[in-house]
Design a protein around this ligand. Structure first.
Ligand code: ZN
Ligand code: ZN
Length: 313
């Protein structure tokens, strides 16, 4: 049986991309954290621009501050933005303002530096950044990319990036997808983009390891609404199986190639009526499938993306 959500553990909701008045947000880190805690978030990465932030004073047994920053570099009209996410005990970055010389590195060197410093590197808002899909597919060492960025979507209508994610998968890139808020403190930019991590270890290390392993799913939601939850997604005995909150649409996608020059896939969509929503779906896996992807949407348009399950090692 194949899966990405761990067999053991509990689910924790969080977002890893948020700004405060330490860069171009309007409210303080403490006020930002309080807002997320009130909304039931269990972890938050305050990722101010070129400021590596960690806020242990806000932590308790139900809430973790994940050390984070958003780093930038430019390349021919493209603004590459990357999240660096680390463990307090093992990160190679010092807290506070980062060296502006990092902005001069080319994007691959910046990703490699983030990884060398024991951090996960996440590619932010590719649509907003104006990166070409081909260029994104060349990048190595990324743990994930934002399939949904709430600030970019609400402010600029450029936060949805499913097409970028699909291209990465078509090229055989093993990368995970994340939802992020990227709030800059405006009311409409809170709690619309997030991830839900499953781990038996609610610690910085446990959360980051689960993200590296793909034990989480990504969500986009209208403010104040929850996206549909995913309870499990597994592939075994020739079937792909999904358990989720009652939903309107379930999309299975089976890719039988990781050669982008080869057109080879199949799909199955299930569209339910409001009085008979889907909370379990299964589908036969076609012969030769390389990976399976599932996305669900509820009756209000809130979406959750399972991580792809790769069927070959
Ligand atoms: Zn950004
Ligand atoms: Zn940002």
């Amino acid at each position: 049986m194949k899966y990405t959500l761990y067999r053991e553990g509990n689910f924790y909701k969080g977002t890893l991309h948020a700004h405060t008045n330490r860069s171009d947000g309007r409210i303080s880190p403490q006020e930002t954290i309080e807002r997320y805690m009130k909304n039931g978030f269990s972890f938050l990465g305050i990722s101010d621009h070129m400021v590596y932030g960690y806020y242990p004073e806000a932590e308790d047994e139900n809430f973790l501050s994940i050390p984070a920053a958003e780093l930038h570099t430019h390349e021919k009209g493209v603004a590459h933005h990357l999240l660096a996410l680390g463990e307090p005990e093992h990160t190679g970055f010092s807290y506070g303002t980062l060296d502006p010389a990092l902005n001069k590195l080319d994007v691959q060197s910046l990703i490699d530096l983030i990884v060398e410093k024991n951090n996960l590197a996440i590619y932010c808002h590719p649509h907003w950044s104006r990166v070409g899909i081909g260029r994104l597919c060349e990048l190595e060492n990324l743990t994930g990319m934002e399939i949904y960025n709430h600030e970019c979507e609400m402010g600029w209508r450029s936060g949805k990036a499913e097409v970028f994610f699909d291209h990465l998968l078509w090229h055989g890139r093993r990368i995970w997808c994340l939802g992020s808020d990227d709030t800059h403190s405006k009311d409409y930019t809170f709690c619309g983009g997030y991830i839900t991590v499953k781990t038996p270890d609610f610690s910085h290390r446990g959360i980051l390891k689960a993200i590296a392993d793909g034990s989480f799913y990504a969500s986009s939601a209208r403010e104040g609404q929850p996206a549909p939850r995913i309870f499990d997604f597994i592939c075994g005995d020739g079937m792909a199986k999904l358990w989720c909150d009652p939903s309107r649409d379930v999309y299975f996608y089976f890719s039988t190639s990781t050669d982008p020059a080869k057109w080879s896939y199949s799909y199955k969509c299930i569209h339910a009526k409001e009085n008979d929503p889907v909370s379990y779906a299964e589908q036969e896996i076609p012969e030769g499938t390389k990976y399976v992807k599932v996305t669900i949407e509820d009756f209000s348009g809130n979406t959750s993306w399972c991580q792809p399950i790769w069927l070959e090692d």
